[in-house]
Write a protein that binds this ligand. Structure first.
Ligand SMILES: O=P(O)(O)OC[C@H]1O[C@H](O[C@H]2O[C@H](CO)[C@@H](O)[C@H](O)[C@H]2O)[C@H](O)[C@@H](O)[C@@H]1O
Length: 281
């Protein structure tokens, strides 16, 4: 029987997902595994600076790394922050693509483009936007250098605060040439032209396992920004590459679960899934 980790019984494993898992297990050395960070490898907490990966996340990735073709974390975080908060330094071969794929970290080396020019203007204008929306004092701006994330999780009514900000953030994005990336009680202003789907596709295209294409590609995520990576898995499947879409389930986001092959119970479920993904050698 396929061991799928701690699954949500209302979302049984899809047939395509079962095929993807079988292909991955038949030829793990040809497989590419991708993961989101916050909400998938790291439990959600009120303060973004306090988020840390599940204690078993780095050990689980380190155990998988030598057995698969490639491992990648694709995150909205700056890559260096994900590496630090994840405890990923030293995992041989792990690649971290930060800021939705703009930044690349591998073996301690970070490559990243200059911040998009609109970020400086958005940074300057944001205080007046927050004031105009009547944002409570608990609204928190996370300055990521290449992007700005406005968080409402700590507000008494986080969804209300987020909804009040949305149209003003859309207008600011348009004015500064940025895009709004919505997430779990967060609206981010970031550069256009890259997303997790493009980042995953580019990464898969780079990896040359024994054959000309991967035996399977898996991506696990929890938030709206991960839908683009699910699109890439669907596109790969259409090209004949088996895929697995794993949702780290939460009550905050349901759109991903609707698209997933497998829904597990948050980061605890993701780690349980990873620990049983490949049979012991
Ligand atoms: O792509 P991800 O790795 O999932 O990163 C997306 C954003 O995650 C972070 O915010 C989320 O996690 C916080 C800590 O648990 C939580 O407080 C917040 O409500 C969530 O939206 C991060 O702060 C952002 O920069 C990331 O882009």
């Amino acid at each position: 029987m396929t061991n799928t980790g701690h699954v949500n019984p209302s979302h049984p494993l899809t047939a395509a997902g079962a095929g993807g898992l079988d292909a991955l297990r038949d030829d793990p050395a040809g497989a590419v595994l991708g993961f989101d960070f916050d909400g998938t490898l790291a439990p959600i907490v009120d303060d973004p600076a306090a988020a840390r990966a599940h204690p078993q996340a780095a050990p689980a990735l380190a155990r998988l790394a030598p057995r698969v073709a490639a491992l990648v974390v694709i995150t909205g975080r700056p890559a260096a922050v994900a590496v630090e908060h994840g405890g990923f330094e030293g995992i041989d071969g792990l690649v971290v693509l930060g800021q939705y794929g703009l930044e690349r970290w591998v073996n301690g080396e970070l490559t990243a483009p200059e911040p998009p020019p609109g970020v400086a203007e958005a940074r300057a204008k944001l205080p007046e936007i927050l004031k105009a929306s009547g944002a409570p004092a608990e609204v928190y701006v996370e300055d990521k250098g290449r992007a700005l994330a406005v968080h409402t999780r700590r507000c008494a009514e986080p969804q209300v605060a987020l909804d009040r900000l949305r149209s003003l953030m859309d207008a600011l994005a348009e004015r500064t040439g940025l895009v709004v990336e919505p997430g779990r009680f967060v609206l981010e202003l970031r550069a256009s032209g890259m997303d997790k789907g493009r980042a995953l596709r580019g990464f898969v295209d780079e990896v040359k396992p024994s054959g000309s294409r991967p035996s399977a590609v898996l991506f696990a995520g929890d938030d709206l920004g991960d839908l683009a990576a699910f699109d890439t898995i669907d596109a790969l499947r259409a090209e004949g590459v088996p895929g697995v879409k794993v949702c780290s389930g939460s009550t905050e986001v349901t759109a991903l679960a609707e698209r997933a092959d497998l829904v597990v119970d948050g980061p605890d479920g993701v780690i349980e899934f990873l620990e049983t993904l490949l049979p012991l050698e």
